[in-house]
Design a binder for this molecule. Structure first.
Ligand code: PLP
Length: 411
């Protein structure tokens, strides 16, 4: 599969290299090929006449494929509009469940995706206690704090399987075990992990899990909420009884089909990401050799194979991103939904970095189709951009100081 072939058409540059796979991925070429044909099945899957038969079949097959890839039961799979909705559903549902109970506390981490953190803020404003566990710059989950707050009052623990900014993999299976011993429910945002590391929901022992189709070479506007059999769930969206009354709204047949189709390639993805890890590791070795004062976040912790989160001392990440964009490289400073936000990444701040350091971050997330040649070219551009930006900064520093000296002299 060469996904990079689908990127250049949108790009004004002759060179278009996509290194931002944690933001979204190109659509798998087989999905693109079959899309027009599948789009012809316009029927509403809930109708009872002929037009619904094919859409119904497509959704049923997709559900089976998703369940197989995750080692779940098809009845445990709920299709949603994306992982933000899946996450929001879990928190809204728990609010309804626990608001009048004595077991009514929630535990999460400080490095979750905003769709989890904002949902927790909302619960806090409704009087629910939320404990935020830290993850430090070495990638260690603060077990002491977790064990202290986990107890008979805990209703839900929500910890992501892998972080979208640094790629850190969290010890979700161990956290789930402790959570269940304490009698609470466990949710995990598994968005960034799927296709990059094997996910076995039976082994992980989690009760709720969120996934997003567009992070795995399928279409946007589609996600999954896994709800383990016998776990409680109140719908976020009410409707005509779709998804066994757990998520209302006419199904996005095309995107659901595409997700199922993409997951047919799950084992291929896992093998391809082992190769991508070699490209990522090569990049990290070279970048540290070629550019001074670079460090890599969570470098020695268990990490996803394709993500590299750099700190380039003294260089504003947003400025670097724009400089690289002009050369045709798509990278990011952190989460895609925070782009254009001058605030430094909440993940890096939570790891204990100060604001000025956190502002120097650059996230490179490799994917299928990326090559060592692209990395070599990118390293040259990065080196040149760093040299140019550091020179500009030095000149403006010297200029500022000479103005200061002039002022002192004139006083
Ligand atoms: N969770 C994580 C870890 C993510 O990286 C993202 C997307 O960036 C989401 C949730 C939200 O997914 P979606 O775009 O499907 O709403």
């Amino acid at each position: 599969m060469t996904t990079s072939a689908s990127v250049p058409t949108q790009q004004p540059h002759s060179l278009a290299v996509y290194f931002d796979h944690n933001a979204t991925t190109p659509v798998h070429p087989e999905i693109l090929n079959e899309l027009p044909q599948v789009a012809q099945y316009f029927g509403n899957p809930s109708s009872i006449h002929w037009s619904s038969r094919e859409p119904k079949r497509l959704i049923r097959e997709a559900r089976n494929k998703v369940a197989k890839a995750l080692r779940a039961n098809p009845l445990e799979i709920i299709f949603t509009s994306g992982a933000s909705e899946s996450n929001s559903t879990v928190f809204a549902s728990f609010y309804a469940l626990i608001k009048n109970q004595t077991r009514n506390e929630i535990i999460t981490t400080k490095i979750e995706h905003p769709s989890v953190l904002r949902a927790c803020e909302n619960l806090l404003s409704q009087g629910i206690t939320v404990h935020y566990i830290s993850v430090n710059d070495s990638g260690n989950f603060d077990w002491d704090h977790f064990n202290k707050v986990l107890g008979p009052k805990t209703a839900l623990v929500s910890v992501m399987l892998a972080n979208n900014e640094t790629g850190l993999i969290l010890p979700v299976s161990e956290i789930a075990k402790a959570t269940h011993i304490a009698g609470a429910w466990m949710h995990s945002d598994c968005v960034q992990a799927i296709g990059k590391m094997p996910i076995d929901l039976q082994d992980l022992e989690i009760d709720f899990a969120s996934f997003s189709a567009h992070k795995i070479y399928a279409l946007k506007g589609c996600g999954v909420l896994y709800v383990r059999k016998s776990s409680p769930l109140f719908p976020l969206i009410y409707g005509g009884g779709q998804e066994r009354s757990r998520r209302g709204g006419t199904e996005n047949t095309l995107a659901i089909w595409a997700l199922g189709k993409s997951l047919e390639y799950e084992s291929q993805y896992l093998a391809q990401y082992q190769e991508i890890q070699k490209i990522r590791d090569y990049f990290e070795t070279q970048v540290c050799l070629k550019i001074s004062d670079v460090s890599i976040n969570h470098k020695n912790a268990p990490r996803l194979p394709h993500t590299s989160s750099l700190l380039i001392n003294g260089i504003d990440g947003e400025t670097m991103l724009m400089s690289l964009d002009l050369k045709g490289y798509a990278v990011s400073t952190g989460a895609a939904c925070s782009s254009g936000n001058p605030e430094p990444s909440h993940v890096l701040l939570a790891m204990g970095l100060d604001r000025s350091k956190a502002q120097t971050s650059l996230r490179i997330s490799f994917g299928i189709g990326n090559t060592v040649t692209e990395v070599d070219q990118f390293l040259i551009e990065l080196q040149q951009s760093v040299a140019r930006l550091r020179k500009i900064m030095n000149e403006s520093f010297v200029e500022k100081n000479s103005v200061k000296e002039d002022l002192n002299f004139n006083l």
